[in-house]
Design a protein around this ligand. Structure first.
Ligand code: PMP
Length: 458
């Protein structure tokens, strides 16, 4: 949504609990110099997030420099799975930086080998070849390239169609936006590629019919021959709503892809590394993709991403034809390895499962009481609360972006930090705390969120 938060400080009332502290006007008057510099120099596109100037972040909390502190429900943007500012991650970064190796392009390095070995051990067969990159969008670009190369090799030039889902977000680069399912984001592309086709995502709400037959029907309606599909790319859950597809649909999709020699690509950029209460989000479906994209929670901190896939797919391109300047940067590799070790050692997927049960039962109770909540989707420590205009919950909910925006703003005033609403019509409030959040902090933040929601309805 094209909105900006107001930079005029206003009285918001004092909050002081062990976890939350709001003791200034918001935005904090002392932060205005930084905020104004950013507004002046950065493009407007960078001004969509709440004006909270992060000074430091630890565990499940974010602090500004003026005495305010929040329980974080953003994890940055679904990044800090192992918690913000973990000592082990900082030490790994310091140790690698202290070893005086800050960059090495595609020359071999030990930190890269160690991270890859860890990932290969975690990933199921057949995802045993892994390529490190820097951003999530880059992994999607790479997956598209692999699908098309695979398709053309196995079925000729007609086998190039990339099927993906409406409302999907796969990144902001050209290819990732072609695969994305948000038409307004790709108007600038003008000559969109007819080899990219989006079909409805079976969320069971805005798409009522979740049977797999709809997949085949929509392909037919789009004039796509199954034999011409090179790959199907899906976010494990839709980032804009946190909706998962039905298990049965996914099992049939897996079979369909194998049967038609199309690659199944799961974009796990948001879903992996414990977020959904499992190490990988696809475990909820009981299927394994041919190619997977990772980012965000892979390091929980420094920029690093990865594509994992079948060896025959990953080896389609010869030496030096799939590279990236910062591939497997040694400091980022060290951070990622330390973060994954924390996720494993502290069973943070288990914590996400346990806390997720509390989160989702509380949100379900809220949705039962509040008619402006259309649906709550998600699993583990990710939830999407879809705000709708009153009386439109069924059949498919008219999004209420204004309400979502006000609730986010009010929650922040109460010491619960979230990023701006996302999804269809900007109506989804996304909840994704670091996986180290405690039960006490989760319950406290849920109570504050509930209060904020009620106050926005009167
Ligand atoms: N895929 C998904 C599912 C995402 O959520 C995102 C980022 N929100 C991306 C891809 C793109 O990642 P990045 O911003 O790191 O390019």
């Amino acid at each position: 949504m094209s909105r900006q938060f107001n930079l005029v400080p206003r009285d918001v009332g004092r909050i002081e609990t062990p976890y939350r502290r709001i003791v200034t006007q918001l935005p904090a008057p002392g932060s205005l110099t930084v905020l104004e510099t950013l507004r002046r120099i950065e493009p407007m596109a960078m001004q969509g997030q709440p004006p909270v100037v992060w000074d430091r972040a630890e565990g499940f909390q974010v602090f500004d420099a003026w005495g305010n502190q929040w329980i974080d429900w953003s994890s940055g943007v679904v990044v800090a799975n192992a918690g913000h500012g973990r000592k082990e991650v900082i030490e790994a970064i310091q140790k690698q930086a202290g070893a005086h190796l800050l960059t090495n392009y595609c020359f071999p390095s030990e930190p890269r080998a160690r991270l890859l070995e860890k990932l290969a051990a975690l990933l199921p067969e057949p995802l045993q070849k892994i390529f490190l990159l820097t951003t999530g969008s880059e992994t999607v670009e790479c997956a598209i390239k692999l699908c098309r190369t695979w398709g053309m090799k196995n079925g000729g030039r007609h086998k190039h169609v990339i099927v993906s889902y409406q409302h999907a977000f796969h990144g902001r680069t050209l290819g990732s936006q072609l695969a994305g399912g948000i038409p307004s984001l790709k108007e600038w592309i003008v000559n969109t590629d007819p080899g990219f086709v989006q079909i409805p995502f079976p969320d069971g709400w805005r798409t009522r019919d979740t049977s797999f037959e709809t997949f085949e029907r929509h392909l037919r309606e789009a004039g796509v021959e199954p034999a011409n599909v090179a790959g199907v790319i899906m976010e494990t859950y839709q980032g804009g709503s946190a909706a998962f597809a039905p298990v049965e649909y996914m099992k049939r999709l897996r079979q369909w892809c194998s049967g038609h020699r199309a690659l199944l690509v799961l974009d796990e950029v948001q879903a992996a590394f414990g977020r959904c209460g499992t190490m990988f989000g696809w475990e909820h479906y009981g299927v394994v993709p041919d190619v997977a994209c990772f980012g965000k929670g892979l390091s929980g901190s420094l920029p690093i991403s990865a594509v994992a896939g079948r060896a025959d797919v990953m080896d389609l391109h010869p030496p030096n034809s799939m590279t990236s300047t910062h591939t497997g940067n040694p400091v980022c590799c060290a951070a990622a390895l330390a973060s994954i070790e924390l996720i494993e050692a502290e069973d943070l997927a288990g914590n996400a499962r346990y806390m997720g049960a509390i989160l989702h039962s509380d949100l379900a109770a809220m949705a039962a009481r509040i008619r402006n909540i259309g649906r709550v989707f998600g699993k583990g420590l990710v939830a999407g609360v879809s705000c709708v205009k009153p009386g439109t919950r069924e059949p498919d909910g008219e999004p209420d972006g204004d309400l979502a925006w006000r609730v986010v703003e009010r929650s922040i005033e109460k010491g619960v930090l979230m990023f701006a609403p996302v999804g269809y019509g900007g109506g989804t409030i996304k909840i994704c705390p670091p996986l180290v959040i405690t039960e006490e902090a989760l319950r406290e933040s849920l109570a504050a969120f509930g209060e904020a929601f009620r106050e926005c309805l009167v």
